[in-house]
Design a binder for this molecule. Structure first.
Ligand code: ATP
Ligand code: MG
Length: 310
């Protein structure tokens, strides 16, 4: 599956020299090569850094007054609190120098997973989600995410679209607007739960590490919630990757994380697709050129899935 185009990110040389020198001192070797992987929409430094002794680390960094620093330190807290067998890289350190904060994470070696029907990565991802959500989140994780509100819980869009339906709204959505508004209005009351939620699961927030297999990265939006959130978020991604809608709808019906809570799953899908349909029509934010196009495609895939459940 193709991943959304990379945003215009801060580069290694944008990081103050004092911070770079500090990091090289802490890591015990100078950086000799820095690669910014494709994927994602954030503007902070997010780069694979090769050190002179051959080791590689992954570094995310931004100025302290940038909101992404809060997201990065939240991610760092989550990485230390996840269960040891969670599909996530280890946190190696958090460093604050020269008005910047850098989070250093173990480097994963490999491409984004191939979620297309031709590959095995979608099945592996589905199995990882099953395991991740099969038991309540451990206390350390609950503590780590307790100060952060869930972005998943606040997703919505249909009510706004229903007030003046855009001319290009898909006929399927136009015909069902009152139902979609009703469904998304139910979501906030269903959004509480005790399971680990990654909260932003797409192919570009996963790496197929050569040794570990599919591993989830970018835990900046992690919270607790119902088990269905990540599986229901992944489902439209599978449609975008080429899986027939009917196959993905059947997976959602039968998967452990979604089968036992069909009403919550449907309400979440309504809120998510409403968010995509609404946001795709907003002006593009600076520095994220591919975002709106991606949201239009995701909106259509999510709506096709949702329609199978109405
Ligand atoms: N530990 C890692 N090892 C190797 N590559 C990684 C690692 N973590 C992330 N990546 C790669 O770097 C990219 C950007 O990382 P990440 O998604 O964490 O940054 P981000 O700026 O928070 O992203 P977004 O724009 O989605 O918010 C990912 O799409 C992935 O390809
Ligand atoms: Mg990302």
């Amino acid at each position: 599956m193709s991943v959304p185009p990379a945003s215009r990110r801060l580069q290694w040389t944008d990081v103050p020299l004092r911070m770079r020198t500090h990091l090289e001192g802490e890591l015990g070797a100078p950086a000799v090569n820095v690669v910014t992987p494709a994927g994602g929409f954030g503007h902070q430094l997010a780069a694979a850094v090769r050190l002179a002794d051959g080791r590689r680390v992954f570094i995310k960094a931004a100025p302290d007054d940038d909101s992404l620093t809060h997201a990065n330190t939240h991610e760092a807290a989550v990485l230390t609190a996840l269960p040891p067998d969670a599909p996530a890289p280890e946190l190696l350190g958090v460093h604050r120098t020269a008005g910047w904060t850098a989070v250093v994470i173990a480097h994963l070696d490999g491409p984004h997973p191939d979620l297309s029907p031709a590959a095995h990565d979608a099945g592996q991802t589905w199995a990882l989600l099953d395991k991740l959500t099969s038991a309540p989140a451990p206390a350390a994780y609950v503590e780590a995410v307790s100060g952060t509100s869930s972005t998943s819980a606040s997703l919505h869009g249909w009510a706004e679209l229903a007030t003046t339906p855009p001319g290009d709204l898909a006929p399927a959505a136009r015909d069902q607007l009152p139902r979609l508004v009703d469904l998304e209005s139910r979501w906030p009351a269903l959004a509480d739960g005790d399971r680990i939620v990654h909260g932003d699961l797409r192919a570009d927030n996963m790496v197929h590490d050569r040794a570990r297999g599919v591993t989830f990265v970018d835990w900046a939006h992690a919270t607790t919630g119902p088990a269905c959130i990540d599986a229901a978020s992944l489902a439209p991604q599978l449609v975008l990757a080429g899986h027939p809608v009917t196959d993905v709808a059947a997976l959602l019906r039968d998967h452990a994380a979604t089968a036992t809570s069909p009403a919550t799953t449907t309400a979440y899908l309504a809120a998510l697709t409403g968010h995509w349909h609404r946001n795709a029509r907003r002006p593009a934010p600076a520095g994220a050129p591919g975002l709106r196009t991606y949201q239009h495609r995701a909106a259509a895939a999510g709506l096709a899935l949702l329609m199978t459940r109405l």
